[in-house]
Design a protein around this ligand. Structure first.
Ligand code: C2O
Ligand code: CU
Length: 702
């Protein structure tokens, strides 16, 4: 619904300027017609175009009202400025002043069509009241035409001031021009016709000057937007979320420090590590290397892999274990890597973000991560160095943590990593490397758990057909008393996970990614047979599923910090490229807000998506409890997520406990957007980092 309205709003914004420009020119044209008959014809044409412009304006207003009815936030800032302040007043003036005059001119029946237009009629047609309103409407509509170029959030006053200023300026200029014309017409002076050659000369000259100006602006924008070679992650503007800025800060382990950046007692992320001592319960070696890989369909391409596999090897550990992972980089050239443990709340120093918690690991080098796993469920890992490139190419894998005590044993535990592989022949969605129909056997009566991991940028919609099932976990955290559902589509945002369980019937069951309806997995007792995927079911709704149970805090708890984050798209330059930037509160990385918290705070955050694409927002190091969606409190089982898929027009409210000191990335997991600036971070007071973006290690956290 929002998406349709938003697109309609955008298209109408593009249509309104040419419509009002045409209307303004045609209205003005009447007075210059030599004969009564031609003046009448001009008035009629003007009337038609004027009506169309008015109609488009009414349509825009209707769309505006519908968006506002969803929530005022969706029309706040840019949309209300361009429509209400800059366009509507002139449109109203047109209806009151211009329209009646054009209507009467169009209805006039001249006795002699060839007779000259009478002076009175010509004066009326040329009067300021007739011609000026649609001209100002055209100027106002220009703001709507360029709306995506306007600063998007909380720049309302700036946009308003600049818009009104320009509008006033143009109104003054156009008034002087219209008055001059009235005077000339009254004196019977018809403007001397310029020669065709001169007219074209003027046009050409104007075009060249305009193109030159645009070119100058573009090259300035391109070079000016380039990010510096090296900078600190900590340069965003701090947002304290209504909490105190600075003050006393108690860290785990009894350290006592005086907070605020620049404080002498600051804690470095380097000291926030997992246990350095002790024999690990599990040791894994992951080697980043380039490898030629082949999908089930035979398509092959060169991938960047962990241990030569895509996805990387499934790491299975048990809750409570001390895990040691040695990363070795054998990638060619100078491609550095890291590993981030997505959805696992490790100590900050083990988080694997190049430029924030470590330097990227260079080819030929190794790096060891050590942490104790204090939680269970489906997680995954991926490189957090230039993730837009590295994850796409294969540097990721599943991480499954068995609970200390198995509460839901199954016969078959199947991990399905859904990814979009970019090959020379195009992009192909696959489960692991399987981009065809994959047949597996499962005996009737067996319990099957599917761990769905979406490692791609875009939201995936899964259909599980042929059996009722339960959604037993989201982002790896169990759902309390999940109910049985059937034929509901599981919508899993980029980086999110969903576990689904079912009891195998004697007939086939099929799992399908809706973007690859011909592929998927078919389970059947004999490894044969098939079933049509049902891709048109209702979407599973996590906001009222399962049964309520206690949580450490809820929607009624008072939070020490309250953040509100609005996502917009903004057309312009970013890091040397022109295009849509993905903004958070009107800013892009590294200027996006830095969310400041203190250990122990309860933090409440509202996410609002005013753009037109899904934003799976991932907070490192914490689990967020969903409080409400689109203003409605959640019911049913508590839902704890590490990634909130905020779709266009959606508003989510979450809360989490600030209980894991550090500097934590908080970003959109569509890495295309990450590269377009949608990156912020959560910073605990008193924590600093010695690492920086760029520099010798070529750290690129995004
Ligand atoms: Cu899975 Cu910051 O990422
Ligand atoms: Cu996004």
């Amino acid at each position: 619904m929002y998406l349709t309205l938003s697109r309609l709003d955008f298209i109408l914004g593009l249509v309104l300027f040419p419509a009002w420009l045409a209307a303004a020119l045609l209205v003005r044209r009447q007075a210059g017609r030599p004969t009564a008959g031609r003046a009448r014809r001009a008035a009629r044409i003007a009337l038609v175009v004027l009506s169309l412009a008015l109609l488009a304006t009414v349509a825009k207003l209707v769309v505006f009202v519908q968006l506002a009815a969803m929530d005022w936030v969706f029309v706040a800032d840019r949309r209300s400025i361009t429509l209400l302040a800059l366009l509507l007043p002139a449109v109203l003036a047109t209806v009151v002043l211009t329209l009646p005059r054009v209507v009467s001119a169009a209805r006039r029946r001249p006795e002699d069509r060839e007779a000259a237009l009478s002076d009175a009629e010509r004066a009326r047609a040329a009067s300021v009241r007739t011609v000026l309103p649609p001209q100002i409407a055209a100027v106002g509509a220009l703001a709507g035409f360029f709306e995506k170029f306007l600063p998007p959030h909380r720049s309302t006053l700036l946009n308003l001031a600049v818009g009104i200023g320009l509008l006033a300026l143009f109104t003054a200029l156009l008034t002087v021009r219209a008055r001059g014309r009235v005077r000339r017409l009254a004196q019977g002076v018809t403007p001397a016709r310029r020669s065709a050659g001169r007219t074209w000369g003027v046009r050409l000259g104007t075009t060249v000057v305009a193109l030159g100006a645009v070119f100058g602006l573009v090259s300035f924008g391109l070079s000016n937007s380039k990010l510096p070679g090296t900078f600190s992650m900590m340069q965003g503007e701090p947002d304290y979320g209504g909490g105190p800025a600075g003050g006393h800060n108690h860290l785990a382990g009894g350290q006592h420090l005086h907070g605020g950046s620049g404080s002498a007692a600051a804690v470095s992320v380097d000291s926030l590590k997992g246990p350095r001592e002790g024999k690990p319960d599990r040791v894994f070696n992951l080697t980043a290397q380039e490898k030629k890989v082949t999908l089930a369909s035979g398509k092959s391409f060169t991938a960047w892999t962990y241990n030569g596999q895509i996805p990387g090897p499934e790491l299975r550990v048990k809750e409570g274990e001390l895990v040691e992972v040695k990363l070795t980089n054998r990638l060619p050239g100078s491609i550095p890597v890291t590993i981030h443990w997505h959805g696992l709340d490790v100590p900050n120093g083990e988080d694997g973000v190049a430029g924030a918690t470590q330097d990227a690991v260079q080819p030929g080098q190794s790096y060891t991560y050590r942490f104790r796993v204090e939680e269970s469920g489906t997680r995954w890992y991926h490189s957090h160095q230039q993730a837009s490139e590295q994850v796409k190419r294969g540097l990721f894998g599943p991480l499954v943590i068995e609970p200390a005590e198995q509460t839901r044993p199954v016969d078959k535990d199947v991990t399905v990593v859904a990814h979009d592989w970019e090959t020379p022949g195009g992009t192909f969605p696959a489960f692991g490397t399987s981009d065809k129909l994959d047949r597996r056997t499962a005996k009737a009566g067996e319990k099957v758990r599917l761990r769905l991991v979406n490692s791609s940028n875009l939201t995936k919609t899964f259909a599980l057909t042929g059996v009722p099932f339960k959604v037993t976990a989201l982002d790896g955290t169990d759902i309390n008393k999940p109910g049985e559902i059937k034929d509901q589509l599981l919508v899993v945002g980029g980086a999110q996970r969903a576990d689904a369980e079912f009891t195998m019937p004697s007939s086939p069951v099929r799992l399908t990614d809706s973007s690859a309806a011909g592929a998927g997995i078919v389970f059947s007792p004999d490894g044969k047979g098939d079933i049509e995927p049902k891709l048109d079911g209702p979407e599973f709704d996590l906001t009222g599923y399962g049964e309520a149970t206690d949580t450490p805090f809820d929607a009624g708890s008072k939070a020490g910090r309250n953040f509100s984050l609005v996502f917009d798209d903004w057309l312009g330059f970013y890091n040397g490229k022109f295009g849509l930037r993905q903004t958070i509160n009107g800013k892009v990385f590294p200027d996006a807000p830095m969310l400041m918290v203190k250990e122990g705070d309860l933090v409440r955050t509202r996410f609002i998506n005013r753009g037109e694409e899904d934003h799976p927002i991932h907070l490192h190091g914490h689990h967020m409890l969903v409080l409400s969606k689109d203003g409605r409190k959640t019911t049913g089982s508590p839902v704890w997520l590490d990634t909130i898929n905020v779709r266009p027009g959606e508003q989510w409210e979450v809360a989490f406990k600030a209980d894991n000191p550090g500097i934590w990335m908080d970003h959109c997991h569509n890495f295309v957007h990450t590269g377009l600036g949608m990156v912020m971070h959560l910073t605990y007071e008193g924590v600093t980092t010695p690492y920086s973006v760029g520099g010798k290690a070529h750290n690129r956290p995004e």
